[in-house]
Design a protein around this ligand. Structure first.
Ligand SMILES: C[S@@+](CC[C@H](N)C(=O)[O-])C[C@H]1O[C@@H](n2cnc3c(N)ncnc32)[C@H](O)[C@@H]1O
Length: 535
């Protein structure tokens, strides 16, 4: 048995385990461990329930939360669930001496629905949608919560949903989960439940600039709930450095009183339909007037998804190998790295082509060409036609109908959105989203350049940022709808003379960029014009 007494209040148990088990096994079960100082803070929230007798740890791992709780009170009764036999055996061994801790080798989502607890504490598994049995779990929740759920969600939000349901009167729950649910569509369900059940008390959004813990805990949130009638308000706090963790301690100590009234909202003020970053992050849009939804001027659609890029994409040598004629190949940008500049020209395309980069998509519909047919047969032999996307298409090798978009925007970004003018008029895979300007009477084709000039400015980036999703370490993701629903300046309000000056500056910018200079000073000037007109 590992000496629990010695190692109870640090992460050496987790460190030893991680060294002894492969990363692929840990990933399979989403085994990322909570740093002890954070587990201890969360335990203190649970311990603050004056009626505390029964505790549940739904995703036990090596029991960091139970260790934190037991280090303060050895006699509490803890029930735990764990699905992985290997970590379970380790945990059993570690908690051997504690008769008051019972660990069950069972799936939490399908068990224990009837029991209620005074304290529930958890770092649930975080999987992508397709990595778990979404359909059956949703059914299980619908049956037990007597509600109708639709669409995909993420398993960690379902753990939270179930745990809130299992709180006894005055029960408290503490979860540490990715912040992503606060700002994505799949989070709406749990956000609605947090408001409706009136149990949510605090959200601490951890946004460390540096990776201070081993297990990449940069954009997690700590959610504290209580099933009491002490308050009808929720407070959001931003934790930006390890020193801010003390704040959490003070907030917990003073509950139900608040030490500040900053970022405090009544349940009636919280809207589950919007991105909750509006409640905890400075919104850039408030600095500007005359904003309209981006969708007034353009539509953003995700790029072409093939279902099997390896099969459908081609470079020159692959086309030669399979004797596929160029007329069955659709010019397409397949990787973000292949278009580094703000302008993607025909020359760029030719350069990629002669460098043997992947620049084509198989466009085989209606082809009777024998080489194309034999390549399709090869695809069927490799069961490409049975894949998730291809199996739902007729024929399976047909491409999504996406005309080349005049503007692309990158999906993942570190320094704000990156827009590219597609002058080569080629298609794009999902590495970019397509932007199709709308052709309204007042906003005609000629002004695509005006729109693009605006999109390149700092102002556009800042306003869009209000709608991004944070992925940790400053990585932002934009889904098409994040941009469609994002705001932009109402370009229609710009008078003709100003329009002309912007377009002139843009022209100069483009010349500089084409000559491999950076042209930043022109963008700055364009930005200044927008700031002057719209603030
Ligand atoms: C993110 S880890 C957290 C472990 C530990 N509580 C901590 O915070 O350090 C999640 C744990 O839940 C387990 N797990 C995954 N799916 C589960 C399920 N459906 N029911 C119970 N446990 C599960 C994993 O094996 C893993 O040990």
């Amino acid at each position: 048995m590992i000496e629990l007494k010695e190692n109870i209040t640090n992460n050496s148990i987790e460190k030893d385990y991680s060294k002894s088990i492969s990363l692929s096994h840990r990933k399979k079960f989403a085994q990322f461990f909570t740093p002890f100082p954070i587990a201890d803070l969360m335990a203190k929230w649970i311990l603050g329930n004056p009626d505390l007798k029964t505790i549940l740890e739904p995703a036990f791992g090596l029991g960091v939360f139970s260790r934190a709780i037991l280090s303060h009170n050895e006699n509490l009764s803890i029930k735990a669930f764990e699905i992985d036999e290997i970590i379970f055996a380790n945990a059993k061994n570690i908690f051997d001496e504690f008769e008051n801790v019972s660990i069950h080798l069972q799936d939490y989502m399908y068990n224990d629905w009837k029991n209620k607890y005074d304290g529930i504490i958890c770092n649930p598994p975080y999987f992508k949608f397709h990595d778990y049995d979404n359909k059956n779990i949703l059914k299980e929740i619908e049956t037990n919560l007597n509600c109708k759920l639709n669409g995909f969600t993420n398993l960690y939000t379902l753990f939270l949903l179930k745990s809130i349901f299992q709180l006894s009167k005055n029960g408290r729950c503490a979860f540490i989960i990715p912040s992503e649910f606060l700002n994505s569509d799949y989070g709406k369900l749990v956000k609605t439940y947090l408001i409706k059940s009136k149990t949510l008390r605090h959200i601490f959004v951890i946004d460390f600039e540096e990776n201070v813990f081993d297990d990449a805990l940069t954009t997690a949130s700590i959610i504290l709930c209580a099933n009491d009638n002490e308050t009808s308000e929720v407070q959001f706090s931003n934790i930006q450095s390890i020193n801010d963790l003390n704040q959490i301690q003070e907030i917990i100590n003073s509950y139900p009183n608040k030490i500040t009234t900053k970022q405090v909202y009544n349940f009636s003020e919280l809207n589950p339909e919007i991105k909750w970053k509006a409640y905890y992050q400075k919104q850039n849009a408030i600095n500007f007037k005359n904003l309209v939804p981006f969708s007034k001027y353009a539509k953003v659609v995700r790029g072409i998804a093939t279902g099997s890029n390896d099969y459908f994409t081609f470079n020159q040598s692959k086309a030669k190998e399979f004797s596929i004629n160029e007329k069955y190949l659709l010019p397409c940008i397949c990787r973000a790295i292949n278009s580094k500049s703000t302008f993607f020209t025909e020359l760029d395309f030719e350069a990629l082509k002669s460098d043997d980069k992947i620049v084509y998509l198989l466009n085989a519909v209606n082809s009777n060409d024998k080489n194309v047919i034999s390549y399709l047969q090869k695809g069927e032999e490799e069961q490409i036609n049975k894949k998730f996307l291809t199996s739902s298409r007729t024929p399976w090798y047909s491409l999504e109908n996406r005309p080349p978009a005049p503007i692309w925007v990158s999906v993942f970004n570190r320094k704000g959105l990156r827009f590219i003018r597609n002058e080569a008029n080629i298609s794009n895979l999902t590495t970019f989203h397509c932007i199709y300007p709308k052709q309204t009477n007042s906003f005609t084709q000629i002004n695509i350049d005006l729109l693009f000039a605006y999109l390149l400015t700092e102002t556009a980036k800042q306003i869009f940022e209000d709608n991004s999703r944070e992925y940790g370490n400053g990585l932002q993701k934009f889904e098409p709808n994040d941009i469609n629903k994002g705001k932009m300046l109402d370009l229609e309000l710009i008078d003709e003379k100003t329009k002309e000056s912007i377009l002139n500056l843009y022209k100069n910018y483009k010349i500089e960029v084409t000559e491999n200079k950076n042209g930043e000073e022109y963008l700055k000037k364009i930005n200044e014009i927008f700031i002057e007109k719209f603030t």
